[in-house]
Each structure stands twice: as C-alpha cells, then as structure tokens.
Design a protein around this ligand. Structure first.
Ligand SMILES: Cc1cc2nc3c(=O)[nH]c(=O)nc-3n(C[C@H](O)[C@H](O)[C@H](O)COP(=O)(O)OP(=O)(O)OC[C@H]3O[C@@H](n4cnc5c(N)ncnc54)[C@H](O)[C@@H]3O)c2cc1C
Length: 222
C-alpha cells in the first residue's frame, strides 16, 4: 500500500496499516524527517518554523481590496502540519457532532466519536504549570473574578458551554516535545520491517492501477 503525504493523516494511516504484518506499507513524504530534529520537536519553537525550510508558505492570489500579502503556512516535514502547529487539541462539543450527523455524517455522533478520541495515541494535556505565561494566568483570573466566567482546568474533561482556562495541548510536558502525528504514530514503529518511509520524495503521478511514482522532492537536501 502506498500512502502519499506523511503528514498528520498520512502518519496515522501508515501506522495503523503497518500494524498488520501481512501488509507492506510505503509512506511518501515531500519534506524531511522530524526524527531527532529538536527545532521541530520542541513545541515551544513552533513559531520559528513558519516561513522557513519546513513551510510551503503559500502566497495568496492578489486581492483587489488589500490583504494580498497574507501567507498560508503548510508544513513540508514528516508529521505534516502537526510537526509545526501549536497542537491545541479540543474534543468538539456534543452539539457540533449532532450538527454534523444532521448534515449527513452518519457515525459521527458524540457517543460514537468519544471512544475513538480515547484511542488517540497523542498525549493531550492542559498546558503544564511551568509552561504557563503569567500574563495568561492573570487573564484567566480576571475573566473569572471580573466577569464570573467559569475556569476550566481541563476543557476536555467534560462538555462545557463557556469558560476560561489554558488550552489542552498535544505535548509531553516533562520534555516539551510535541506529540505530533509523527511522534505519536510513527516514531515508535520506525523499525517495522513492513513500513518504508521515503522522506524528501515527491509523488508526481498517481496511477490507481499500478501505485504511485515518486522522485526526490524539488529542492530536497538529500
Ligand atoms: C500554523 C498552523 C497551526 C495550526 N494549529 C493547529 C492547532 O493548534 N490544533 C489543530 O488541531 N490544528 C491546527 N492546525 C491545523 C492542522 O495542523 C491541520 O489541519 C492538519 O495537520 C492537516 O493534516 P493533513 O494530514 O490533512 O495535512 P498535512 O499535515 O499538511 O500533511 C500533508 C503532508 O503531505 C505532504 N505532501 C503533499 N503533497 C505531497 C506529494 N505530492 N508528495 C509527497 N508528499 C506530499 C506534505 O509535505 C505534508 O507533510 C494548524 C495548522 C497550521 C498551518
């Protein structure tokens, strides 16, 4: 099986499929590996990754009334945008799931999705005390004391209507390492003999009957 794009989704799919030793899985990623690269792995460094080597940094079509210079960040690295984003990780509220079911997303009810949420390999936790910005602490306190907004220690603990508090984030507080799709789903399985990960390779053509062709990605460093 060939998976094109070793991003957030591709990392999970490659991990799940290669758990079956009967399957041979190839994951093709246009960007470099994140393994051992602290610039990517340290969640705190996320902002420095934008508009750099790991970012496709798409420009937008010039707009007649301004804002023509907006940039759209999209990661080019194993783990995809989960390797350069902020890993804010909320379980959607039950009403949102209900809306999606009403719109035709059969199987996406809150009750059906929560067990899948619990299966996530990502380490999701509220921002740890030592990583909290004192200004943000004061903001949370002020929301509560001045406006009576309820404080939530963990927004994912139970459905909530409104509130203030620190984000739940996918990371390992003891090391500061992001719990990206690559870290959580690929790093533990890099030694699987049936999983081949081709980084710096670009899929340029898809032939559903014969698999995909790949070549070193444009501008790749290896
Ligand atoms: C700056 C930023 C901050 C964000 N913050 C959050 C957040 O805090 N919380 C949250 O939940 N979401 C956040 N998001 C959104 C979230 O990261 C994305 O929705 C999600 O990662 C998209 O996953 P994906 O698998 O669809 O694509 P991606 O993760 O973008 O993966 C696509 C991968 O495919 C590769 N690729 C593409 N084409 C080819 C090809 N032809 N050949 C080989 N490889 C190819 C790319 O290099 C890339 O690695 C953020 C996004 C950005 C950009």
């Amino acid at each position: 099986m060939v998976i094109v794009g070793g991003g957030t989704a591709g990392s999970v799919v490659a991990s799940r499929l290669s758990a079956d030793p009967e399957l041979r899985v190839a994951l093709i990623e246009g960007g470099p590996s994140d393994v051992g690269d602290q610039a990517i792995l340290q969640l705190r460094n996320w902002l420095n990754l934008l508009e750099g080597d790991y970012d496709y940094d798409y420009p937008i079509t010039p707009q007649p009334r301004g804002n023509s210079h907006l940039r759209h960040a999209r990661a080019r690295v194993l783990g995809g945008c989960s390797s350069h984003n902020t890993m804010i990780s909320f379980l959607p509220p039950p009403d949102d799931f209900a809306d999606w079911v009403k719109a035709g997303a059969t199987g996406w009810s809150y009750e059906e999705m929560v067990p899948l949420w619990k299966r996530l390999a990502i380490s999701i936790t509220p921002v740890a005390e030592r990583d909290r910005n004192p200004l943000a602490e004061d903001f949370v306190t002020a929301c509560h004391t001045a406006l009576g907004v309820p404080v939530h220690q963990d927004f994912n603990a139970a459905p909530f209507a409104d509130g203030t508090g620190f984000f739940p984030v996918g990371y390992h507080p003891e090391t500061g390492i992001r719990s990206s799709a690559s870290v959580a789903y690929l790093h533990p399985h890099l030694d699987r003999p049936n999983l081949t990960i081709l980084t710096e390779h670009w899929a340029s053509h898809l032939d559903p009957d014969r698999g995909s062709r790949s070549a070193p990605a444009p501008g790749s460093r290896s």
